[in-house]
Design a protein around this ligand. Structure first.
Ligand SMILES: [Zn+2]
Length: 407
């Protein structure tokens, strides 16, 4: 396609309206010339113009494709969900997404030395999680605990939660995980009432305890910036939000992304002895802002879980970011066994190979998720080809230091 007709093509797509790729443009590329061809058949689905959701363009670039089957150095996957707390009738129960053996097989093949199962739960549920994952394989699985939010309604929740952390540590939990539930879902009466703020004073004792007990806090706050905007034709995550409208935080009483980030910053400032790993690069669309935060808060770290789609579409900026903060970035994938709802997180060989390709090669324009369509926005990514000394830190050493393992 000539450059001028490509521009016209882009204009046609842009004006074709949401969800529909103009039939005109598809007719132009092949259908008219070969009415009986497969192209003609594929430009129509059930007699209707091709829908955006069915569009799966294949890149015609002739560029190197490197298959990285094992990470250059053994790694620690700092962010996974091997189990989580589920609701069964009126009870909370632990849901194990897989058997340890199934996970270990992929870990061995892909050079993953350890996995952190962040969503380990609390109280007796945490005990069960540790018994299932960490106790039989202490050098392969680490479990984090979570706040017991249902107790926020009890008097003296502050002290209760700090004590919980201490008991969690005693039975083997190695860190604290805070889901985006804090700031976006947790309310004064758990599910009703005003939202509880991230820097609510009731958590001060918990943050302090985490520091005193040497338990890093893996904190996920906010979400992609597009999730805070209307789900309309300008939204770069339109397809994803259309499939999951409940992921949108636009309107209602939700705070803005900036407010959430700033509330987290106030927590880090108030608890300088506590180490915070801001998950998903904190705000991966805005690396200048994340850099400012890292400069301001020496107790802040970031993981890259489920955000190579963002980092890889700004490879030059990302590469500088890794250079500058090479001691504070940890390898992580957000891997979820059988996580079909979120293709960018499906645990398996392919997921790891994509991450390794992004970190280790300078390959251009490739898929960031093991899925037929890019699930977090319609773009491809570029590898950042990190040097060995940075790879060692990001894959293993930084996480090992946070977890008190030997490096
Ligand atoms: Zn996660």
């Amino acid at each position: 396609m000539k450059a001028s007709s490509r521009r016209q093509w882009l204009r046609t797509v842009a004006t074709a309206g949401l969800g529909v790729v103009g039939s005109e443009l598809l007719n132009r590329s092949g259908a008219k010339a070969n009415p009986g061809s497969e192209a003609a058949a594929n430009s129509q689905v059930n007699g209707r113009p091709l829908q955006l959701k069915d569009y799966q363009p294949r890149s015609m670039l002739h560029v190197p494709e490197t298959h990285v089957s094992r990470s250059r150095f053994p790694n620690i996957d700092f962010h996974s969900h091997l189990s989580w707390i589920d609701r069964k009738g009126k009870r909370n129960v632990v849901h194990h997404a897989a058997k340890p053996e199934e996970i270990l097989q992929v870990m061995d093949a892909k050079n993953v030395r350890m996995m952190i199962n962040l969503t380990g739960g609390y109280g007796p549920l945490l005990e069960e999680t540790i018994r299932y994952w960490q106790a039989p394989h202490p050098d392969r699985f680490i479990v984090f605990t979570e706040p017991w939010y249902e107790k926020i309604i009890i008097p003296n929740y502050s002290q209760f939660q700090a004590d919980q952390l201490e008991s969690a540590k005693k039975i083997g939990a190695r860190g604290l995980k805070v889901l985006k539930r804090l700031g976006l879902y947790l309310r004064e009466n758990v599910t009703t009432g005003p939202l509880v703020k991230i820097d609510d004073r009731r958590f001060d004792k918990m943050w302090d305890a985490a520091g005193a007990l040497d338990m890093p806090v893996a904190i996920h706050i906010s979400d992609p910036e597009a999730f805070f905007l209307p789900i309309d034709r300008f939204n770069e995550r339109y397809e994803e939000l259309s499939a999951h409208p409940d992921w949108s935080f636009h309107g209602k009483d939700f705070p803005s992304n900036a407010e959430l980030q700033e509330a987290r910053n106030r927590v880090m400032a108030r608890h300088p002895r506590t180490k915070f790993v801001a998950l998903h690069v904190s705000d991966s669309e805005n690396l200048p802002y994340v850099s400012e935060c890292l400069d301001r808060y020496p107790n802040m770290f970031v993981d890259i879980a489920a955000r190579i789609g963002e980092l890889g579409r700004q490879p030059r900026m990302a590469r500088k970011f890794f250079d500058k903060y090479q001691d504070r970035i940890v390898f992580a994938t957000d891997a979820t066994p059988h996580g079909d709802e979120t293709p960018q997180q499906i645990f398996g060989n392919e997921l790891y190979e994509i991450y390794y390709r992004f970190l280790e090669t300078e390959d251009e324009y490739f898929d960031y998720a093991p899925a037929p369509k890019p699930p977090q926005g319609r773009w491809q990514i570029y590898g950042i080809g990190l040097p060995e000394n940075i790879l060692r830190k990001v894959y293993y050493e930084n996480a090992a230091r946070l977890l008190g393992l030997k490096t």
